[in-house]
Design a protein around this ligand. Structure first.
Ligand code: PMP
Length: 317
């Protein structure tokens, strides 16, 4: 009997020790590059890759909530549509791309986080001719976490401002293409930050409101939600789409409207939407206080609704 007790004690001790070592185990981040999972430190691509040399490529940012990939199909479809628009052959199909994403998520033991999928034109020479990129396009998948704005701003709201840098005209680069060229947006962000604002409102060439540097913009006026239409130079945001769906479900009026800065200044509420940002309230635009300086009720309701949606709407892995 004594011997048996001793044995059980020994086993219990062993299990405890094992549990401690599992807890301590650090997962080294692994990056997917062209079919291989490579430790972050060694995850490298060629300096001749045209994604680096010319911004020649496309990408997606996708969120994962408690093992559910939110709006997966929409993101995959947009990735392949962006690639199609720049005549870039993605060397694997959509199904394989999803498998690769899931493989990367699992390898990194990520339950909550953010996946960045990048497809570049691949390795060429120093000229911009894409025909010189002889091998396949390069596929990179990074599973990580992301925080676009500090937590405090989700409670207090953002101060944003219109900036001089405009959106590309659709005849140049269509805003629907989620390409590796974000230079206007980066300049816009710098302009906003230099002036003490957290985010920039970009106008299109005609001076109408388009979007922010990595988010779509919504305003509320007289209980009605409005966001600029795609032809105003907007990326057709997937979170934007989810917000529109949520308003339909809760019978909040919502429409796409061509908006001016006047409309923004006189809004009852304003918020931004995006995969990385989710929904973030705006309380100041170009020095004008919006929504009495705090997040408005419709903004808060949609934030709650979106959060609930992310718990049920997604592909489990
Ligand atoms: N506009 C721009 C320019 C963006 O980069 C993003 C983020 N991808 C968005 C809007 C929001 O789009 P989504 O909701 O699909 O992330």
């Amino acid at each position: 009997m004594k011997k048996k007790k001793k044995k059980i004690k020994k086993i219990k001790k062993h299990i405890k020790r094992k549990a401690r070592t599992v807890k301590k185990e650090v997962v080294v981040q692994k990056i997917y590059i062209n079919g291989r999972l490579i430790e972050k430190e060694h995850a490298k691509i060629s300096v001749f890759d045209h994604g680096l040399l010319y911004g020649d490529g496309v990408f997606e940012g996708i969120r994962v909530y408690d093992n559910l990939i939110f709006k997966l199909r929409e993101h995959i479809d947009r990735l392949y549509a962006s690639a199609q628009a720049i005549a870039l052959d993605v060397p694997i199909g959509k199904r394989q791309m999803v498998d690769a994403m899931i493989k990367t998520l699992r390898a990194n033991r990520l339950r909550d986080g953010y996946i960045r999928v990048i497809v570049t034109r691949g390795v060429g020479d120093l000229g911009l001719d894409p025909r010189k990129c002889k091998g396949n396009a390069c596929i990179i998948i990074i599973a990580d976490s992301i925080a676009l704005y500090p937590e405090k701003l989700y409670k207090d709201g953002l101060s944003i401002m219109t900036v001089p840098t405009r959106k590309n005209i659709p005849e140049a680069i269509n805003s629907q293409i989620k390409s590796l060229n974000y230079l206007n947006n980066i300049l816009a962000k710098i302009e906003a930050m230099n002036s003490g604002a957290e985010e920039a409102i970009m106008l299109n060439q005609d001076g109408f409101v388009s979007e922010c540097t990595g988010d779509n913009i919504f305003i509320v006026k007289n209980q009605k939600l409005m966001t600029p239409p795609v032809h105003c130079g907007v990326l057709k945001g997937i979170t934007r789409g989810a917000v529109i769906d949520l308003t339909n479900r809760s019978k909040i009026a919502c429409s796409e409207e061509v908006l001016t800065r006047y409309d923004l200044y006189n809004a009852d509420e304003c918020f931004l939407s995006g995969t990385a940002a989710e929904i973030i309230p705006v309380v100041k635009i170009d020095g004008r206080i919006i929504s009495a300086g705090k997040p408005g009720p419709i903004t808060l309701k949609l934030t709650r609704d979106l959060s609930l949606l992310t718990k049920i709407d997604g592909v489990r892995y």
